[in-house]
Design a protein around this ligand. Structure first.
Ligand SMILES: [Zn+2]
Length: 289
């Protein structure tokens, strides 16, 4: 399990990988990890709990939606930021808003746990992203990941407190925000227990960003270096990217340009399949010297 948390003066932002991420991309962002400054390795432990007969009972008290999570996401609720799915419709990761302090507290207090239990004649692993009272709340809703019905998420729908709507004449309510509290699956091949139990928490400092356009930001102090690249090449890097997931030549949208020792890391989403994209760009001028 890999949980990323970005923090800083602008926004607290996290990302939870629930399926193993691409190893190469993982190495690219690892050096920005701040978690080792905050926690010793022995302070990071994900308990593995077997034989708790209460789990299936608590789950049976929740409503199971007829919809898949993806349908719910598109129709009934909004996410805090975004979700990523693989080509089969399995959730691979999601963004969340979590302050640095809360993130550390969650780790220290072992809010992240894995429960092994039987449900509908299948053995499941359930990973929690909050404290038990929040995860196993009877008002939470269970969504199946896809029609396979082998993987589910426990979601808390939070009604949107839109201050602006008080002052407008519209009666249209904003859709609620979905907060993923847990995921459970009998698919060991997609969500390996080893990955769920061997957490790699990532905590990243958010850095002041310069907005280039609606879909492109750049770390403020990296901007002069980025702009010193020929415009044509910059254009190509952003708008002619070959997506590893859908194999199409796409644009990287919602892209942030990060500075690296010998180049740039472009992080965003594929304009076609919306999967997360992390493109490493070597700056020849730097590596040569
Ligand atoms: Zn794609």
């Amino acid at each position: 399990m890999k949980i990323t948390c970005h923090y800083g003066e602008y926004a607290d932002m996290g990302y939870v990988y629930i399926a193993p991420p691409n190893e190469k991309l993982d190495r690219d962002i690892e050096h920005r990890n701040e978690i080792t400054k905050q926690l010793k390795p022995q302070e990071i432990h994900i308990p593995y709990i077997t034989g708790n007969s209460q789990i299936a009972l608590l789950i049976s008290k929740m409503t199971i939606s007829k919809n898949t999570f993806k349908t719910g996401y598109q129709q009934a609720f909004e996410s805090e930021y975004g979700y990523d799915f693989d080509s089969r419709g399995y959730l691979t990761g999601f963004e969340l808003s979590l302050s640095q302090d809360k993130f550390i507290e969650f780790i220290r207090n072992q809010a992240y746990k894995v429960f092994h239990f039987e449900w509908h004649n299948k053995l499941n692993n359930l990973v929690t992203f909050d404290y038990p009272e929040e995860v196993f709340h009877s008002e939470n809703i269970i969504y199946k990941m896809n029609e396979q019905e082998d993987t589910f998420v426990i979601v808390q729908l939070e009604e949107d407190e839109d201050l602006y709507s008080q002052y407008s004449y519209t009666t249209k309510k904003n859709p609620p925000t979905a907060k993923i509290k847990a995921l459970f699956s009998s698919r060991e091949d997609i969500y390996p227990l080893e990955f769920l139990l061997k957490p790699k928490f990532q905590l990243e400092k958010s850095i002041p960003l310069a907005v280039i356009n609606n879909d492109l930001c750049c770390e403020m102090d990296v901007l002069p270096r980025w702009e010193s690249i020929a415009e044509e090449k910059r254009e190509r890097l952003i708008n002619q990217y070959t997506c590893e997931n859908c194999s199409e030549v796409v644009s990287i949208v919602q892209c942030i340009i990060h500075g690296e020792a010998d180049g740039f890391l472009l992080m965003g989403k594929c304009s076609s399949c919306r999967q997360g994209v992390e493109s490493y760009v070597l700056d020849e001028r730097r590596s040569r010297g």
